[in-house]
Design a protein around this ligand. Structure first.
Ligand SMILES: NC(=O)NCCC[C@H](N)C(=O)O
Length: 410
């Protein structure tokens, strides 16, 4: 029955078979300097080039035998039933904070007017400007006060970082509660996909986390090191409480995972997730940003009696601790920028430590991080290099832009 499974991720490096991407859309052109901070961008990517770069990424994956699925297609295909579509629209409009019956009605009508669901999904992701709504009148006090604000529905420019709103862990899904309001609506697409898409609706998918939980966790912090070990960042985006909850659920369901390593990394914009400073590239090789090595504390969470967990603070150095938990003689930590403070700072900012493994020792990387890329090659890692001028302006690299649904077991 194993080949019938649609979700199977028991490592970071097993041969990648199916992955979920989002091709950047017009939401990126709805960024303005005033919105950048709240919408988590540091600059405005040039959409045409960003799309070319993204297509180059998808081509590398397809050429290497990976089935590439798009979030926007799966979301549209999940809404065939009109009652489901209605529910989805109502939820989306509420979460987009469209207030007042009249405004809700106008927005719903605008979205329902699209001839096909795929175009409607594109519009939802892109955001709706006030200027696009026929006869838009400021009726509420809030509307009048915010009359210069250009959107009725905010754009969702972070959607091309498909790694974050949910994660495949083993045969289950962690449907994440995103830290920031701007990214919270992203998980709504996944909620409907896993419930209603023909690919998933008839299988029982264990849910390790739910978007309605009060504490935050994001996919960039969730790494599957092997079939027994996860690493999860306690970070700017993920709370320690969320990791405890997720651990208890995973241990209770009888999955193969036995240890969850919680990596406490500094709270800093540049290191918003664990995968911005640490990724796995081979059985015994990892990239790491040298700036986190000093302050890093690792806790090992293990299954205890009944519904309890045991937590121990790790006292070994990171390489020794990893070797211990992964049952290896030795692991190599490949330092971003070669450990030079300037090269490391610059290349980590542009996701030099954020590699996507497509099989053991074979990774996709951004072209601009030439110092780190050379080091990876010197350490025997095979590189697939993608262009990276525009996509990198959103502060995420190849791992952040891809959500594996299926990896071959090691
Ligand atoms: N896993 C990742 O590190 N994803 C990158 C997310 C970048 C996005 N602009 C954000 O701040 O959430």
């Amino acid at each position: 029955m194993k080949d019938k499974k649609v979700l199977n991720v028991y490592s970071e490096i097993g041969k990648l078979k199916t992955v979920l991407l989002h091709r950047p859309g017009k939401e990126v052109e709805n960024l303005t300097p005033d919105l950048m901070d709240r919408l988590l961008f540091d600059d405005i990517p040039y959409l045409q080039i960003a799309r070319e770069e993204h297509d180059a990424f998808a081509k590398i994956l397809a050429k290497n035998g990976v089935e590439v699925l798009y979030l926007e297609d799966l979301a549209a295909e999940s809404l065939e039933d009109s009652a489901v579509k209605d529910l989805f629209l109502e939820e989306f409009i509420s979460e987009a904070k469209v207030q007042g019956d009249k405004k809700r009605f106008i927005v719903k009508e605008l979205l329902m007017d699209f001839s096909d669901n795929r175009k409607m999904i594109d519009k939802m992701m892109e955001g709706i400007r006030k200027s696009e709504v026929k006869n838009y009148n400021a009726t509420s006090l809030a509307d009048m006060v915010e009359s210069r604000y250009p959107f009725v529905v905010d754009p969702m420019p972070n959607l091309y970082f498909t790694r974050d709103p949910f994660s495949t862990i083993g045969s289950g899904i962690s449907l994440n509660h995103m830290r920031t309001v701007t990214r919270r609506r992203e998980t709504l697409f996944a909620k409907y996909i896993f419930k209603y898409h023909p690919k998933f609706k008839d299988i029982k998918i264990p849910m390790w986390y739910d978007r309605d939980e009060p504490t935050a966790i994001e996919g960039g912090d969730q790494l599957v090191l092997n079939e027994k070990t996860l690493a999860i960042g306690i970070s700017e985006r993920t709370d320690a409480e969320s990791i405890e909850k997720l651990s208890k659920r995973i241990f209770a369901e009888g999955e193969s995972f036995e240890t969850i390593l919680a990596f406490h990394i500094p709270n800093k914009r540049a290191f918003m997730h664990l995968d911005t400073v640490f990724t796995m590239v081979d059985y015994n090789k990892f990239t790491i940003h040298p700036e986190i090595e000093g302050p890093l504390t690792v806790y090992a969470i293990k299954k205890g009696n009944s519904n309890y967990i045991r937590i121990e603070k790790e006292t070994e150095e990171l390489d020794k601790a990893l070797a211990k938990y992964l049952h290896l003689d030795k692991v190599t930590l490949i330092r971003c920028g070669g450990g030079d403070i300037v090269d490391a700072g610059r290349e980590q900012w542009n996701d030099g430590s954020n590699t996507l493994a497509i099989s053991p020792g074979e990774v996709v990387v951004y072209s601009r991080n030439h110092v780190t890329n050379r080091l990876l090659e010197e350490n025997g890692v095979k590189l697939h290099v993608m262009p990276s001028s525009e996509l990198s302006r959103g502060r995420g690299g190849p791992r952040c832009m891809s959500m594996p649904l299926y990896r071959e077991d090691l």
